[in-house]
Design a protein around this ligand. Structure first.
Ligand SMILES: Cc1ncc(COP(=O)(O)O)c(C=O)c1O
Length: 378
């Protein structure tokens, strides 16, 4: 990718992916099942260090079925981070449960454990049924699962970890995707590795994995004719896409290394720029550095994140504000939340910059050239 538009995080695919997909196509397994689906589940579960993986059509589907398999339904409350992509909150709504949004820590954007604990104290004292906690690893930084799992255990509430953005990251030597009763990852086109679209539920629990696999295949009973005792979904991953995922998994560490090299370049660049810092840079050794964002202090830098975004857009370079918190979204206007203001500040000041592992040197130079010119305009 040299001329033309520079994207935030474009898919990074090449000849290995082509070989895997062509081989799957020639095998005749052109269906939402097959040897590549089985192998992909095995290989990713092994990589993350859990017993089971269930390959699904998206991370959203994995969230939906993970919640259903944990027994979440109408009348339940599910606590999640307000600083996330809408998919997390949508999946809670699909089950009929009510999403309750918790604010984040200012330095990581991940769920604030104190706010979470206080909210749980309040809700359980009021006799509400909190059925699950869905924390989110923002932009590839694993949350402090040690603390979150302690809080969840204190209240006896299951955790479904939204690791859609954090495959390849870790916390205390354990891989993102291995926490909670189950975790989900996403292979959407913009993620650290992609199947073009897809996701996986990861868990150590055999029964949970079986239940998700069953619900994802239209809840078909194991009999010759079509027999159904539950409402099911058509959520399995195509065998062709699983083959693409297997190739990407081979390259995951290299792709993370490329993103890290780019993150280091951004850090070096902004170290000399007053009023602009790389978000979450402190302690990012264990992140997968999926996306690099900056926080722009208007007073100290003499500009806003919107100014930088407009400048880059003129040069055909994509950048984007940090996630707009869920409690500010019109669709969730009536939802309950525990808000400190941290996520609103991140939304106001944060800007995500091109971070893809497929960016070549010419594109990267173009990005820094424009940033240099913009900084010089102050
Ligand atoms: C935090 C988060 N959760 C869930 C999802 C949903 O994943 P998918 O797009 O595969 O449905 C995404 C990404 O799209 C995400 O960023």
């Amino acid at each position: 990718m040299t001329g033309g538009r520079i994207y935030l995080s474009a898919p990074d695919v090449g000849t290995l992916e082509e070989q895997f997909v062509v081989s799957a196509l020639r095998s005749g397994w052109v269906a939402p099942l097959g040897p590549d689906v089985d192998a992909f589940e095995r290989e990713l579960a092994e990589r993350v260090g859990v017993a089971h993986g269930v390959a699904l059509s998206s991370g959203s589907a994995a969230l939906h079925l993970g919640l259903l398999a944990m027994g979440v339904g109408p009348g339940d409350v599910v606590l999640t981070s307000t600083m996330t992509f809408a998919a997390t909150a949508n999946a809670i709504v699909y089950t009929g449960a009510e999403p309750y949004f918790i604010d984040c820590l200012p330095d990581t954007g991940n769920i604030d454990p104190d706010l979470l604990e206080h909210t749980l104290e309040r809700l359980t004292a009021a006799g509400e049924r909190v059925a699950a906690i869905v924390p989110v690893d923002l932009l590839g930084k694993a949350i402090d699962y040690t603390v979150i799992e302690q809080i969840a255990a204190r209240f006896g509430i299951p955790v479904l970890a939204d690791a859609a953005e954090s495959l390849g990251a870790s916390h205390n030597g354990r891989a993102a995707g291995s926490f909670g009763r189950a975790s989900i990852v996403s292979f959407n086109g913009n993620k650290i590795m992609t199947t073009s679209g897809g996701g996986m539920l990861l868990t150590d629990e055999h029964e949970l994995a079986s239940r998700v696999r069953y619900l994802a295949t239209q809840a078909r009973q194991p009999v010759a004719h079509y027999e159904h005792t539950d409402i099911g979904y058509n959520y399995r991953l195509s065998n062709l896409l699983a083959a693409l995922g297997r190739a990407q998994l081979h390259r995951l560490d290299d792709m993370i290394a490329r993103r890290r090299a780019l993150r280091d370049q951004y850090k070096a660049f902004f170290a000399d720029t007053q009023g602009i810092e790389v978000f979450g840079a402190q302690g990012d050794e264990n992140d997968n550095v999926w996306l690099t964002s900056i926080l722009v202090d208007r007073r100290a830098s003499g500009r806003t994140s919107a100014d930088i975004r407009a400048w880059l857009a003129d040069a055909d370079i994509e950048s984007r504000p940090l996630w707009k918190p869920m409690h500010l979204q019109p669709v969730f206007a009536g939802a309950r939340s525990a808000i400190s203001g941290a996520s609103e500040r991140l939304f106001r000041t944060g800007l995500t910059l091109p971070s893809g592992s497929g960016l070549d040197d010419v594109s990267i130079d173009r990005v820094f050239d424009q940033l240099r010119k913009h900084v010089a305009t102050a």
